[in-house]
Design a protein around this ligand. Sequence first.
Ligand SMILES: CSCCC(=O)C(=O)COP(=O)(O)O
Ligand code: ZN
Length: 262
Amino acid sequence: MTPPAPPDSGPAAVGNNDHLVQSNNPDHPANLIPYLCAKFWTLGWVTGTGGGASIREDDLVYIAPSGVQKELMKPSDIYVLSLAAQAKSLDKRSRVYLRSPPQYKPSQCTPLFMAAFTKRRAGCCIHTHSHWAVLVTLILETQGPGRDREFLINNIEQIKGFGRGFDKTGNLGYHDTLCIPVIENTAHEEDLTEFLEEAMDKYPDTYAVLVRRHGVYVWGENVHKAKTQCESLDYLFQLAVEMKRLDLPWITDIEPVKTMRS
Ligand SMILES: CSCCC(=O)C(=O)COP(=O)(O)O
Ligand SMILES: [Zn+2]
């Protein structure tokens, strides 16, 4: 990813594992999360404190605070938790933080990010409130019951930006159909978790889940893959909204063009 050198993360406080978020390496998750969120803000993905990103590096998960301007976060604002400590904990719903900035609460998206890390071994999960993601779920609503639960699109080059699926090698091809499940929004972000997990079980190869009238969760095995899949998806959502405006279908059954070599 190689962003510029990180800002000074402030004086070290004693006793809160601050070393976990202090690094001169721009690719360290505590530097990368604020850097990426600042970029995402310019795309309208994390406007008004909504949305965010989380990174897992081996056993450690790095999480942003809740309700903060995500584009202004500093490395010292980042929470760190251990998956192994979490797995050993008797109370599965409580979180075991190795580092916890006392002035904040961890992101409400934490259990959803954890689902991507534990169920899919993801290395990064991004949550956006992109207009395009929300608009696609609204357009799907007008398609009637049963047809509003999946975003389907094919015959668009950018579909190649997606992996074939969990534990599968290679990417989708131009003629493959990309399918992103849609779950209904809930009053509280955390309450989405069971529905996100249900969608992951039902669509084992998906790298994203849309949340109706809310946004999208996208993950990947590393930061690069999560980011490029999120960008590809946002591109396709925008395209789909414009296609709908032009009365063009998202799914076509165009035959592959015969060439001299086929
Ligand atoms: C105006 S944002 C409402 C909460 C939300 O949907 C979200 O994604 C942000 O949650 P966080 O706890 O990370 O601020
Ligand atoms: Zn949200």
